[in-house]
Every structure is written in structure tokens, then in C-alpha cells.
Design a binder for this molecule. Structure first.
Ligand SMILES: Cc1ncc(COP(=O)(O)O)c(C=O)c1O
Length: 403
């Protein structure tokens, strides 16, 4: 049994900022000493480029880099590490797919489906692909409780070629039934592209059980350094894709007129990769595995339950998305009658409470909700009930000031 109250001490940023109540992990997580140390250790002991040199530290760096590929593969239960492409983040993963898969296989008149709760990163690439190709871009709607309207989705998916959706919404918090949605995509003949940016850091992930074709996530939201992202793809699909970036070690051979591409997944990793970030991702995965992703999920669910209860007590505060913590990821967005979200977050900041306000890269969703912006509080393994209570107390103050 993990003692979550002791975890905070393993994150040096909290000692450096003792007043801080960090509730913005959906934007980026904090990093434990172990991850910081792994990156520093790489630079101190075996800093070298990967897949190039034959001397000792170059081989050590290459082995360490490739070992993280295996670890990341196991973390999401992929068949083998060849299905793991390192990218900078979720956004880059989507763009690798849009260029490498979308440009090759989507044709004029094809249908592409996204959802109203998609983050721009899994929305704009498909919207732009549709514009480029003369394809149709359809957006599946929502029920009033912030869940996906499955009837609307079913209609739009008929005959579609590609379906992009988030495993968890970064605004509504809605946890989608990814397995069911992937099955719907498969039955319609569409390729499923799952945005795992808000789910992979917080709960067990099994791509085989989920049955997705592609899954994308960002290391920086799960204790790892900035610049460590993953694109998982079923091998047979990755094999059919074209590279997105050209040059460096993504080739097998280069002639004067033509070039041949390297094997999957190296074909998609042109240029010197972010070796340090990937090494840090390995350390982050080790750290999370020791806690256990089931325990991470339980912890977040308990914090969200408290947050729903305490925020529900603040007058004129409207929580966005499902009101049941079991149906939510570790974040709660809300709006307050008569108070602009930026004023809310600025006042919370005065109490050391760090939340985010804005459209959270989900403008179509905010337009649908008929609000320009919202305030979002998000939790992770280092948060405790005290943080939720501090948020609630600070919100009560905001309410008093604005009447
Ligand atoms: C659901 C979702 N998708 C995609 C992204 C984009 O992630 P990144 O900026 O790491 O590419 C985010 C980031 O907030 C997100 O919450």
C-alpha cells in the first residue's frame, strides 16, 4: 500500500515553493528527484549520441535509449517495442500520423470523425487534413452531462476512414469507454486514433485490450522531462506509413536519385532524438510502476470525489462534465457566475493555488458550452486532501470578493 502523503517530499519543487498548492498537473506534472537524477546522470556519466558511435558511452546511451522503448511498450502493454515511436509530445505524435498516415491514405470525399471534446492537438490536424484532401470532417456531439453522444457518433462513423478521440477529456474530465469506441471504429472500417495525454499518466493502459490502432501521449504529464512523447501504432499500420521528417538515421540507404527508409519505428525518428528526455521517461515509468497505476487511479478518484463535493458547496460555481468521480479523470473544470476565469485563477494564485484558466486548447468545446473560458484544477500523485481544501477555501474568498 503506497503512502501518498510521503510522495510529495520526493519532488524538490515543493521544498523550493513551500506555499505552493499545485493543481495544474493536466498542463504538466512536477518531476521527482529520481527523474531529475536520471537525466543528470546521463549527462554526467554517458552523454553521447545514440545509434551512431561504437565507443563505450555511445553504446551505453543507445542501450539505455532503446531500453526505454521496451519499458514504454510494456507500460501500455503493446506487443513489442517496435510499435513505440518516440516523439516530442502528443501534438507531434498526431502530426506524424497526419503526415505519414493521413496524407497517404485519406482521399477526396473520405470521412474523418473527431469529437467536440477533443483537444486542438487531436482536432486541428484532422480538420486540416480534410481541407487539404477535400475529405469531410465531422465532429461527434455531446450529451448534456458531458459524455459522448453515441447515437450521433454512430451515424457519423458509418463509412468513416478515421476516428480521433480522447481517452479522457482535458476540460470535461469525461473518461470515455475507449475500448467500446475503438470497437465502433473497427466495425465502421475506421482507423482509431486515441489521445491518451490525460489518461496514460493516471490509470492502467492496455492497448491490446483497448483495441486501438494508434495511441498518443506526452511524458511531461507523467513525471518525465519535456520533449518525451510517444506514438504507439499497430505494427502493420506503422509499416505502411510514410515518414514525416526526412534525413539522418531514418534511412536504410541513400542513392543519388532515391532513398530507402529504415525499419519501423526508426523510420519516424529523423535526426538526433531527445535522448535525455527519453532517459527521463524511463525513470518516470519505473517510478509510476512502483506505485502501481491502479493505485494512482484510486488516489486521483478519491481527490476528485472531494473536489466535486467541496466545489459543489461554492455558491454560483458550475462544474463542467460528469458529476460522478468514477466517470472522470483527475481534473475538474468549472465556471463561476459573474467572474471571469482569469480573475479566478489570478486570485487563487495570491493564495499560492496554481490552476489554469482559458480555453485549454478546446475552443470548439467552449463555444458549444457557450462560455469563453473555464478554470481547471487537476491533481496527481503528490496532491492530498489538504490541497483540495486549500482550493475550496480560496474559492470561497473569491466568491466573497465578487459577491
Ligand atoms: C487531451 C490532450 N491532448 C493533447 C494535449 C497536447 O499535449 P502536448 O502539448 O504535450 O502535445 C493535451 C495537453 O494539454 C491534452 O490535455
Amino acid at each position: 500500500m503506497i503512502d501518498f502523503s510521503r510522495i510529495r517530499a520526493e519532488f524538490p519543487i515543493f521544498a523550493a515553493n513551500p506555499r505552493m498548492v499545485y493543481l495544474d498537473s493536466a498542463a504538466t506534472s512536477q518531476r521527482p528527484e529520481e527523474v531529475i537524477g536520471a537525466v543528470a546522470g546521463f549527462y554526467r556519466r554517458y552523454n553521447a549520441n545514440v545509434a551512431r558511435g561504437l565507443y563505450e558511452i555511445a553504446e551505453e546511451a543507445t542501450l539505455a535509449y532503446e531500453a526505454v522503448r521496451k519499458k514504454a511498450g510494456r507500460f501500455i502493454s503493446s506487443k513489442d517495442e517496435g510499435e513505440i515511436v518516440f516523439t516530442k509530445n502528443t501534438t507531434e505524435s498526431a502530426n506524424v500520423l497526419m503526415r505519414g498516415f493521413g496524407e497517404k491514405f485519406i482521399k477526396k470525399g473520405d470521412r474523418i470523425v473527431a469529437t467536440l471534446m477533443d483537444h486542438h492537438s487531436n482536432f486541428v490536424p484532422w480538420q486540416q487534413l480534410a481541407l487539404m484532401k477535400g475529405a469531410r470532417f465531422e465532429v461527434a456531439g455531446l450529451n448534456p452531462d458531458g459524455t459522448l453522444d453515441l447515437e450521433d457518433l454512430g451515424r457519423k462513423l458509418k463509412g468513416a476512414k478515421l476516428f480521433a478521440f480522447p481517452a479522457a477529456s482535458n476540460v470535461l474530465g469525461t473518461l470515455n469507454d475507449s475500448r467500446g469506441l475503438c470497437a465502433m471504429a473497427r466495425d465502421s472500417g475506421a482507423v482509431s486514433i486515441v489521445d491518451g495525454a490525460q489518461s496514460v499518466p493516471s490509470m492502467p493502459t492496455d492497448v491490446k485490450k483497448m483495441g486501438c490502432d494508434f495511441l498518443m501521449f506526452s511524458g511531461h504529464k507523467m513525471l518525465a522531462p519535456f520533449g518525451s512523447g510517444v506514438l504507439y501504432g499497430r505494427r502493420e499500420l506503422l509499416e505502411k506509413m510514410d515518414p514525416f521528417l526526412y534525413g539522418s538515421a531514418m534511412i536504410r540507404s541513400v542513392g543519388m536519385k532515391e532513398s530507402e527508409w529504415n525499419d519501423v519505428p526508426h523510420r519516424f525518428e529523423a535526426g538526433t532524438p531527445l535522448v535525455d528526455a527519453v532517459i527521463g521517461l524511463g525513470a518516470a515509468i519505473d517510478y509510476l510502476n512502483r506505485i502501481g497505476m491502479g493505485a494512482v487511479r484510486d488516489h486521483e478518484e478519491a481527490l476528485v470525489a472531494r473536489m466535486l463535493k467541496r466545489l459543489g458547496e461554492v455558491r454560483g460555481l458550475r462544474v463542467l462534465g460528469p458529476c460522478n468521480e468514477r466517470k472522470r479523470a483527475g481534473l475538474v473544470s468549472f465556471s463561476m457566475d459573474g467572474i471571469h476565469p482569469h480573475d479566478v485563477s489570478a486570485m487563487l494564485a495570491e493564495d499560492g493555488v496554481c490552476v489554469r484558466s482559458g480555453h485549454h486548447c478546446a475552443m470548439p468545446l467552449h463555444a458549444h458550452l457557450d462560455i469563453p473560458a473555464s478554470t481547471r484544477a487537476s491533481v496527481y500523485i503528490y496532491n492530498g486532501m489538504d490541497d483540495i481544501d486549500a482550493l475550496a477555501a480560496s474559492l470561497e474568498k473569491v466568491r466573497k470578493v465578487f459577491g
